[in-house]
Ligand binder design. Structure first.
Ligand SMILES: Cc1cc2nc3c(=O)[nH]c(=O)nc-3n(C[C@H](O)[C@H](O)[C@H](O)COP(=O)(O)OP(=O)(O)OC[C@H]3O[C@@H](n4cnc5c(N)ncnc54)[C@H](O)[C@@H]3O)c2cc1C
Length: 421
């Protein structure tokens, strides 16, 4: 054989071997990933079982779901999104979405608490990773399975995330903050609070920072309790928050970037996942109702079966909506330009509006399926708690406010030429 041909053949064989080794590595990584996802799903299932057992009492007594959060701690679910090198599991957005969904099927308040906690974790992981103080915080979060609360709502400004009244006051290397925090869900149970604030006393209200304070850094004086229609276990009470700490506790990235790149899209993904879980639970009950009615009637479907079909249809759309938004977020990755693009921002904002509307419609269809059995507060087919819980979704950062904010982007964006592109 010609030496050149022999050399070429040898190179070709080497390349084939390298390709097959690479395929092996990818297959192993995929296997490990799916084994990890299956193990995570098992852990979430265990926590969901505890959450489901206490969901009725949590709702009736408007109390913190302590058993479910203790189970989440025991299963180490609170720190899953922390990077591997800081002691976490580096779970992706899709992994956390699946946990929120699983918990939503069991107990809405537990799911929302978990979702709100993970939104804060996502902000700290992405925007605090370069800071030594935040690296230590993330390590603590993973080791001790700490629970993080969120404070954005202040005074009478409702869901206006882009303005803060109370400023951070600096005194050398120390900072302090005193804030009328109208709503801090599970404020008393949390180990830390991540709060918005005006950058300084002379800064504009829209010049904001995000700061983390550990429990030992602050006091909470209750201003208003939480006797709400639904989501009664989130214990979203109002407090006067008086905090002090070190200047490093201010995240090194400005809040407008954190909100656009992480907090808004991730909140809308995790909240939507929790709401999808609530909707799925209501549909399961409706399915049970129709099955039972059909058994009683010798297999004939009751007229209400059409409502079940409608509930199923909107649940499918809702699931698809959230799943495609997860893919969109993953595709944008950590690219600030992609995350801040007008179309991406509009899409992620509208995800919240659409998901909440679909979730409410789904639960309403489930309620109509079950009729009186759904309307009752007792019995296996009661949909009352699900309906009350899901009605929080359009007002949690009011859909009207979001629609008004997205109006300009809607004017600017054109109609795409392709449907699938
Ligand atoms: C279960 C739950 C848990 C929560 N947990 C927390 C928490 O942990 N931390 C926290 O900080 N906050 C929390 N919140 C509060 C939340 O973030 C919002 O601040 C709150 O939902 C806004 O409520 P609002 O209706 O008073 O305010 P607004 O958003 O001001 O809405 C008031 C009214 O004004 C209308 N409106 C407002 N803006 C516009 C507009 N531009 N165009 C047309 N109409 C408009 C709305 O339709 C609504 O009727 C929670 C809320 C819920 C429901």
């Amino acid at each position: 054989m010609n030496p050149r041909t022999a050399a070429a053949l040898e190179i070709d064989q080497d390349m084939q071997a390298a390709r097959s080794a690479a395929r092996g590595i990818i297959a192993t990584a995929n296997n490990l990933r799916s084994a990890g996802a299956a193990a995570l799903a098992e852990r979430a299932k265990k926590v969901a079982a505890v959450a489901a057992e206490h969901a009725g009492a949590v709702d009736a007594d408007s109390r913190f779901p302590r058993e479910a959060i203790a189970a989440a701690r025991a299963e180490r679910l609170l720190g899953i999104a922390v990077p591997l090198e800081l002691g976490g599991e580096e779970a992706g957005i899709g992994d956390v979405v699946d946990v929120c969904y699983a918990l939503g099927r069991a107990c809405a308040s537990t799911a929302m608490i978990y979702a709100m906690h993970q939104v804060k974790v996502a902000c700290l992981v992405r925007h605090g990773r370069g800071s030594l103080w935040y690296q230590l915080l993330l390590r603590r979060l993973a080791n001790e399975q700490l629970l993080f609360a969120s404070s954005t709502t202040e005074g009478q400004s409702g869901g206006d995330l882009r303005n803060s009244a109370a400023p951070v006051v600096r005194n050398g290397s120390r900072i302090s903050l005193e804030r009328q925090a109208t709503v801090i869900s599970y404020g008393e149970a949390a180990d830390a609070v991540v709060t918005t604030a005006r950058r300084s006393p002379d800064a504009a209200s829209s010049d904001q920072v995000l700061v983390t304070f550990f429990k030992e850094d602050y006091t909470l004086e209750r201003l208003v309790g939480w006797d709400a229609f639904g989501m009664r276990g989130t214990c979203s009470e109002g407090f006067k928050l008086v905090a002090s700490g070190a200047a490093e506790q201010i995240l090194p990235v400005s809040y407008d970037k954190i909100l656009a790149q992480t907090m808004m899209p991730v909140a809308h993904l995790y909240w939507s996942a929790a709401w999808t879980g609530i909707a799925a639970a209501a549909v399961e009950r409706a399915r049970g109702f129709v099955r039972k009615a059909a058994q009683r009637a010798g297999g004939a479907l009751p007229p209400a079966a059409a409502h079940l079909t409608r509930a199923n249809a909107s649940l499918r759309t809702l699931r698809g909506l959230v799943a495609s938004a997860v893919r969109r977020f993953e595709t944008a990755g950590a690219d600030p330009a992609a995350l801040e693009a007008i179309d991406f921002q509009a899409g992620m904002n509208l995800l919240k509006v659409n998901a909440s509307e679909l979730a409410v419609a789904t639960v309403m269809s489930a309620m109509q399926t079950c009729g009186l059995a759904g309307y009752r507060n007792d019995g296996d087919f009661s949909i009352g708690r699900h309906l009350r819980d899901i009605l929080s979704s359009p007002i949690m950062i009011n859909n009207d406010r979001i629609l008004a904010n997205v109006a300009t982007a809607s004017l600017l964006s054109g109609t795409p030429d392709q449907l699938t592109g």
